[in-house]
Design a protein around this ligand. Structure first.
Ligand code: GDP
Ligand code: IMO
Ligand code: MG
Length: 426
């Protein structure tokens, strides 16, 4: 079976940590979309690791890690990431494979990202500027480069032809650039990539399923950043929802088993776009500090706010979530009272629990239910039954409302800081 783990909010829910925790149960961990816009943090043995393109099963030696065809890969970031891992003696040539059909981000994609954002002015997306949108545009526009192309004799020709097209756009935007250094680094990274296993990974994935092995598909970003269902245009350029797994790895829908939906006990968002429960006050700042809410990729401060049930229910529906994982509960330890948004009031007074199509253009008023805080450290708790009554009440309320069990509760960044609530189905 392919189980899926994905974010139900606007990204940074803690996917990296949980993939690392679950990985020992899986023979394969695979990324199916996104690229170096992702920053997935893992913490164990007192060391913090941030992965951008490499799947989060990489520290489990028995696990094969796959970068799937649905990903956009930046060779320069890849090389740096691999070099950063050198000191951990991982067998990366054996434990990591990449699809020939993975799209390549070239240096001009990053320039185009910056040029488009600059031209948008105040209405900019707040992109991570990693070239994601332009690389996916070239893929869909049927003119992109794929990893398999680096093995062909005319790769340079293909590359130059695409760069020429990009230069015309950059000139149109009067965007200044100097490609000499980044091109040198790019071609060095292409040579470096050739040392890795590059193949049609859909065969590996399906052979592995035939053998009865378990695959964990690791989502990047979050469902509310999905190109189809997110707060368009303030989204990323891929399908971050469960549907992306089939096209991003080459597996049939009937192979999908568990869908783990992961969410923070509050909300964060990086970049622009609607955020109905945002706290633009001291409390929002306190949550940012307590949760160390600064981007793992860009270092930008993350916007913070209360948990948003209409948004969460929407994500659960789109993904067919079978188990929930609640993260960063410990960040709320300091609060006397905790709010959860249950509904939105629209400008015409209507109360709804659906996501309005025009959320980007209208102001919705969140309607809150208030809970009593537990006001204590959660460090000493290791089982669900001993948790403070206020926290149990908070969890029970969510399970009732969301109609899905919360299987894990995460109480800190470390691999060990996790409370298992229900037996995980296999
Ligand atoms: P991802 O993109 O979904 O993998 O999440 P990020 O790594 O971008 O952001 C999650 C951040 O929260 C990281 O700094 C993690 O180390 C941290 N983190 C994960 N789980 C917990 C938790 O339960 N409590 C606290 N306080 N931090 C956590
Ligand atoms: P992980 O996997 C949080 C956001 C950006 C921006 C929008 C578009 O770590 O959860 P893009 O670079 O894709 O053009 O940016 O999406 N964004 C993320 N926010 N976590 C991420 O990844 C994100 N990847 C992109 O901030 O608002
Ligand atoms: Mg992240």
């Amino acid at each position: 079976m392919v189980d899926i783990l994905l974010g139900l909010q606007w990204g940074d829910e803690g996917k990296g940590k949980i993939v690392d925790v679950l990985a020992p149960d899986y023979q394969v961990v695979a990324r199916f979309q996104g690229g170096p816009n992702a920053g997935h943090t893992l913490e164990f043995d007192g060391i913090k690791h941030v992965l951008h393109q490499i799947p989060s099963g990489i520290f489990r030696s028995d696990c094969l890690n796959i970068i799937g065809n649905g990903v956009v890969l930046d060779p320069i970031v890849f090389k740096r990431e691999i070099e950063g891992l050198a000191k951990y003696n991982l067998d990366l040539r054996k434990n990591l494979i990449i699809s020939k059909k993975t799209s390549i981000i070239i240096p001009t994609h990053r320039l185009l990202d910056a040029a488009y954002e600059k031209a948008k002015g105040d209405s900019k997306i707040g992109s991570t500027l990693r070239g994601i949108g332009p690389a996916y545009s070239d893929k869909v526009g049927r003119q992109g480069l794929r990893l398999g192309d680096i093995l062909s004799a005319d790769f340079d020709k293909k590359y130059n032809s695409l760069v020429d097209k990009h230069k015309q756009i950059l000139d149109f935007y009067s965007f200044p650039y100097d490609l000499s250094e980044s091109e040198k680094e790019f071609f060095a990274a292409i040579d470096f990539l050739k040392e890795f296993t590059i193949l049609d990974s859909e065969y590996i994935v399906n052979d592995s399923l035939k053998k009865g092995q378990k695959i964990l598909a690791e989502g990047a970003q979050g469902s509310l950043l999905d190109i189809d269902f997110g707060s368009y245009p303030f989204v990323t350029s891929s399908n971050t929802t469960a549907a992306g797994v089939c096209s991003g790895l080459g597996v049939a829908p009937r192979q999908v088993g568990e869908v783990y939906g992961i969410f923070k006990a509050y909300c964060t968002r990086v970049g622009s776009g609607p955020f109905p429960t945002e706290l633009n006050d001291d409390l929002g700042e306190q949550i940012r500090q307590e949760g160390r809410e600064f981007g793992a990729t860009t270092g930008r401060p993350r916007r913070t706010g209360w948990l948003d049930l209409p948004a969460l229910k929407y994500s659960i529906m789109l993904n067919g979530v079978t188990q929930l994982i609640m993260m960063k509960v410990d960040v709320l330890n300091f609060l006397d009272e905790i709010n959860i948004c249950t509904h939105y009031r629209l400008p015409d007074g209507t109360v709804t629990e659906q996501m309005p199509f025009d959320l980007t253009d209208i102001q919705v008023e969140p309607i809150y239910k208030t809970f009593k805080g537990w006001k204590c450290s959660l460090e000493k708790y290791h089982t669900y039954n001993e948790l403070p009554a206020e926290l149990s009440a908070y969890i029970s309320y969510l399970e009732n409302e969301l109609e899905i069990p919360i299987s894990f509760i995460s109480t800190g960044p470390d691999r060990e800081a996790i409370i298992l609530k229900e037996a995980v189905a296999s």
